[in-house]
Design a protein around this ligand. Structure first.
Ligand code: ZN
Ligand code: ZN
Length: 342
């Protein structure tokens, strides 16, 4: 690439700092989304709104529309459980994930198109083979877990939802009957996803469940795209269980699928390992710093930063020195408490 092209690219040193190990962090501490704040900040909210929708949530919703309209069997087919359409959905989802996750892996980790620009961890997963991983390779381990367990469980939820809808089981409605409610529900899906994720995430950090289940996901201290769905199957079952909401509240299958795909395709954005993706002279925010810090420090940022639940329960880490000190104080206090009890 020419020098001219290099100079046109966004420069991560303008937005953050890199330590001696080569790890990069944003200069600005994480800011809570101006949604659930008191006093309300209507102007900040309006300014923030496009970032809520673009590009990620709009991309996942558009994908859902395409899948629902053109890549999902008809209601008549879905009415009867049959291996044909179930396996079709599984194959379709596997191809979609291979292409979507694979595109990030190829561009950022194989071709390393932007090098370590905006990359939180200065090292590459391939430089850190670990005994915890199948075949000693993070990428291979993560790909196997994604396809062997993640996608079958994702698809099982989709099959259940579509089968129930086709048979009229559940309070399903239509956009013609309840347009306002369904639009509101659609807009709230990322919020609902985060609240549900926070709850199940706190649950699987209970020591016994962490050891048996969630430690699989946390093997990736330096997450990369394929880490996203690298989970124990029990975590997969919990992760997509939020979709069951649509069997309880009036909903539409398009919105139920949006929730499932938002969790499935959206996970990759949370584990991309880069604060921004450089496309030409633009740098697209991945909003993933909160979850990166969770993978780094384990007991902070159980939510993803949209809903201030971690702030409320004292586990928020915004990347600042003050947050680091507060986390260390919590850790030492808990260790002292355990020693005292022993
Ligand atoms: Zn994660
Ligand atoms: Zn965790």
């Amino acid at each position: 690439m020419s020098d001219a092209a290099h100079t046109a690219r966004p420069d991560d040193s303008l937005h953050g700092v890199r330590n001696r190990r080569g790890d990069w962090q944003p200069r600005q501490p994480l800011q809570p989304a101006p949604v659930f704040v008191f006093p309300p900040r209507p102007l900040a909210f309006l300014k923030w709104l496009p970032h809520y929708l673009l590009p990620w949530n709009a991309l996942f919703f558009s994908t859902t529309v395409v899948f629902w309209l053109w890549l999902t069997p008809s209601a008549a087919t879905l009415k009867t459980l049959a291996p044909g359409w179930v396996l079709y959905l599984l194959a379709r989802n596997m191809i979609a994930v291979a292409l979507f996750y694979g595109a990030f892996e190829l561009a950022l980790y194989v071709r390393r198109r932007q090098g370590t620009q905006f990359k939180y961890n200065g090292r590459w997963p391939s430089e850190q083979p670990g005994k915890a991983f199948l075949f000693g390779s993070q990428t291979l381990d993560n790909v196997i877990r994604t396809f062997a367990f993640g996608l079958p469980i994702w698809t099982a939820y989709e099959v259940l939802i579509l089968w129930c809808w086709a048979n009229g089981w559940g309070p399903w409605t239509t956009f013609a009957a309840h347009p306002v409610w369904l639009v509101v529900l659609t807009l709230l899906i990322p919020v609902i996803h985060e609240v549900h994720f926070y709850c199940i995430h706190r649950l699987i950090h209970v020591p016994v469940l962490y050891r048996l289940v969630h430690s699989v996901h946390h093997n990736c201290v330096n997450p990369s795209p394929w880490s996203s769905l690298s989970m124990h199957p029990v975590e997969h079952v919990l992760y997509w269980s939020g979709a069951l909401l649509h069997l309880l509240v009036p909903s539409h299958p398009l919105i139920a699928l949006y929730q499932i795909y938002h969790a499935g395709f959206g996970a990759v954005v949370g584990h991309i390992g880069f604060d921004r993706i450089v496309v030409g002279d633009r740098a697209i925010d991945t909003h993933t710093y909160a979850h990166y810090l969770h993978h780094k420090y384990f007991e902070v940022n159980y939510a993803d930063g949209l809903i201030p639940l971690d702030r409320l329960f004292g586990t928020f880490h915004d990347g600042s020195d003050a947050a680091q000190e507060a986390m260390n104080r919590r850790f030492f206090a808990r260790t002292a408490q355990k020693r005292g009890a022993a």
